[in-house]
Design a protein around this ligand. Structure first.
Ligand code: ZN
Length: 531
């Protein structure tokens, strides 16, 4: 059964400025694309569907966390994210209300960010005990890299002063060794939120598909999960069985020191493992990215509890990171490493270079994630190694002023997430919204990379804007390539799946402001309308 879709089609192949009139789709796959006359002559018996609007490849989110975001953005968790609750008073009021209505249940809240929600108190164990009393209260930092908890929550999670720090992570402790109510980095965060994840299990058949449908409604047809829980596999299979899987999923398992890699194999175009995630450093917003330069000494850094001229450090030594990554690389997996600070990036590139040389790897596409303080020289070194980069440019939108005025100054904060430098070094750069950390708004993300301007209209005093062509490819063809999926998706071309979206304006020619406001009117996955 062949369908011919007609409209104003931007296939992004062979280049983004090409426009055609028709696309024939047979059994999920594009079989022809070109002028309406040619395509219809070749497929005279096809159904014809006229699409109203502009048609382009489905968007790809190359670094998301749909498994965890489905829970954090659900009704099981109090939503404190600064994009929803901008002021400190609102955050505290929401927590008090949730505790008052807890009815014996633990309260989990997500989105604390004292850099944007100015005036928040130090969320230590004493403050949270006072706020919540005997109700277990867990507050997740918006970055996901730290979590705050009270005494009752520690008890519920089975954590006390005798609990050792997991590798690459830590619990805050006072001079007497007592817990201060903060957990830093994934392995410790996971221990604190484990009761919430257990509670969420039975709700996942409801909340996971709802979250995936939300992504599809935003034009995303392929999403990568950089911290996938393999226990969700059966649920995905069940959704597919019911025809309710609205996106393709590419997932990365979370590396563990001494972890045993899963076996490679499988070419399922809807759902498969792509690689393994490691973490070289942490979040700029909590003080634990590894940089060659200190944080500024400002009221904001003091409020974060940082000593004057604090310098963050990496989660692991290079030897430790190498030991963690080696078995996964030896098993043939693509490595994806979180790295923000320039020191973390150097260390990660050193480790990648050793692994690449040791195994004689050629098409490894090892990834660096976020790349906040990555320099032009580092982008060039990464490119020469065949290492690819995914930039968190949306940091600029929300934290641009914070980066420059509060944390790093114009020299190091100004060029933050320098996508233009990455493209100039020859990378097939991608952008991301990182799950729940910023709203999944790929078009706005692209516009931010072009304007390097915050939501308040502040233009970053450094870094290089990208072109429209680069911005569009970052969430389509480049992202497909980064996920080893370029033979399946990313452009509209014969032989590839018919994953496309219809939008209300021409994404190639509108202004950056208009691009940011693009509305998705329908989403097609493998030729089938899902939204
Ligand atoms: Zn992430």
């Amino acid at each position: 059964m062949t369908t011919v879709f007609t409209g104003r089609i931007r296939p992004f192949a062979p280049s983004t400025d090409v426009q055609v009139e028709a696309m024939a789709v047979d059994d999920a796959t594009i079989v022809a694309i070109g002028s309406a006359e040619e395509v219809r002559r070749a497929h005279p018996d096809a159904d014809v569907v006229a699409l109203d609007g502009w048609v382009m490849p489905g968007l790809i989110e190359p670094h998301g966390h749909p498994g965890f975001a489905a829970i954090l953005l659900s009704d099981l968790v109090v939503d404190l994210r600064p994009v929803v609750v901008p002021q400190a008073e609102g955050v505290l009021a929401a927590l008090r209300t949730a505790v008052a209505e807890a009815d014996g249940e633990a309260v989990f809240a997500n989105g604390w960010d004292s850099l944007l929600q100015r005036g928040l108190p130090d969320p230590d164990i004493h403050f949270l005990d006072e706020l919540a009393g005997g109700v277990p209260l867990v507050v997740i930092h918006n970055s996901g890299h730290s979590v705050y908890f009270n005494t009752a929550a520690a008890l519920a999670a089975g954590i006390d002063r005798t609990t050792p720090d997991p590798a690459g992570a830590s619990f805050g402790r006072d001079a007497d060794g007592e817990l201060t109510g903060v957990a830093l980095e994934a392995a410790a965060v996971e221990m604190v939120v484990a009761p919430m994840l257990a509670k969420a299990q039975e709700q996942l058949p409801r909340i996971l598909p709802a979250h995936l449908r939300d992504l599809a409604s935003r034009g995303i047809t392929t999403v990568a999960d950089l911290s996938w829980n393999p226990g969700l596999g059966p649920l995905i299979d069940a959704l597919r069985g019911k025809g309710e899987m609205p996106v393709r999923l590419r997932w990365y398992e979370m590396s563990r020191p001494g972890g045993i890699p899963s076996a490679r194999g499988g070419d399922d175009p809807f759902f498969r493992q792509t690689g393994v995630k490691t973490w070289s450093d942490g979040s700029p917003w909590v003080g634990n990215i590894a940089t060659s330069f200190p944080y500024l000494d400002t009221p904001a850094t003091r409020a974060l509890g940082l000593e004057p001229h604090h310098v963050g450090r990496a989660n692991y030594t290079s030897d430790e990171l190498s030991a963690i990554a080696e078995p996964y690389a030896a098993a043939g997996w693509q490595l994806a490493c979180h790295a923000h600070g320039d020191r973390a990036i150097d260390a990660t590139l050193d480790v990648f270079a050793q692994i690449i040389a040791r195994h004689g790897l050629t098409d490894h596409r090892f990834r660096l994630e976020h790349c906040g303080a990555m320099t032009s020289v580092q982008f060039e070194r990464a490119a020469s190694l065949g290492v690819t980069v995914s930039l968190f440019v949306d940091h600029i939108m929300y934290w641009g002023e914070v980066l420059v005025d509060d944390l790093f100054g114009p020299e190091h904060g100004g060029p933050w997430a320098d996508a233009g430098a990455a493209f100039a070094a020859g990378h097939r750069v991608t952008f991301h919204n990182d799950g729940w950390v910023t709203p999944n708004e790929p078009f706005r993300n692209m516009a931010v990379a072009e304007t390097r301007t915050t939501r308040n209209g502040y233009r970053m005093p450094g870094g290089t804007p990208v072109t429209r062509d680069q911005a569009l490819l970052a969430h389509t063809a480049n992202a497909a390539w980064q996920l080893f999926s370029e033979r399946e998706v990313g452009v509209l071309a014969p032989g590839l799946f018919a994953d496309f979206i219809v939008v209300d304006r021409d994404p190639v020619t509108v202004s950056a402001e208009d691009l940011a406001a693009t509305q998705v009117t329908s989403t097609y996955l493998a030729g089938v309308r899902v939204v």
